[in-house]
Design a binder for this molecule. Sequence first.
Ligand code: CUA
Length: 330
Amino acid sequence: MQSWVPFVPESASTISGRVDALYFYLSGVTVFFTLLISGVIIFFVVRYRRRSTFEIPRPITGSHRLETLWSIIPFLISMSFFVWGTQVYFAQYRMPKDGIEISVVAKQWMWKFQHSTGQREINELHVPVGRKVKLIMATEDVIHDLFIPAFRIKADVVPGRYTAQWFEATKPGRYHLFCAEYCGMNHSGMGGWVVVMEPAEFENWLAGNANQQSASSAGQQLYQSMGCASCHGPNAEGGRGPALQGVFNSQTLLNNGQLVKADENYVRESITNPQAKIVSGFGPIMPSFQGQVTEEQLLQLTSYVKSLGTNQTDTSGARPAVTPAATPRK
Ligand code: CUA
């Protein structure tokens, strides 16, 4: 079903109405002033045209009242853009605490999704209606950008780190997803569909695809097969590295005295570049696993660390676990 306004995609998420309202306001203000200014220009051109060859215009001394007025009104209008835009931005890019987590790996030229229960999909993403869905995104190669117009969400997927975005679909249906960052030859073909289903139907779909290993258990297997546990087991068995139990989302003290939050990006960096942040009391002995594990495996390892328990004592702010990618409009 198309919107009644031409070129506007269907509106199917909790945020899309707010994005549209702001967008229509911006368009409305723009149209209003375009018409007003063009009208006034035409009126003045006709009204104050030179009527005789030697006519000299009346001198103008200026008007403080008029100048104050046309400074304050545009100021207030610009501030309304800023305040309203900021509110919508934060509503859209601040990650909710609860919700389903889905990992996304972009590569030239496909989107790979994995549900926390293990189901994998390519270029298709099944989600239930009325639930918050968090996308934790990584890329195997270059920058991509996941864009779902009907949900009005869009964020870059950047090499070397995780980015995130979320949505809550409001009606069942099939919605286009796109790559919105030029990423090479088949960029234009790097798209697919989000399939929004009724909760019961979604449960059926999950159950029908349940023969896959969950992300965290795949991560655990990898963790064992790569010998990670010989240095730091979940409860610090091995003794050469910090314990992993309860680490996720906790405040971690580093050997330089700095406190950092052990979020997804911290876990990822600790695997690919262990020297970057060393936990207080431990030596810089861990080798880098950069290039030895794929982005998909990194996400599985991260979800294993998550499954070892999160430390939710720090609920001070609605800070996102992952820094959302600010996406400049392209
Ligand atoms: Cu991926 Cu464009």
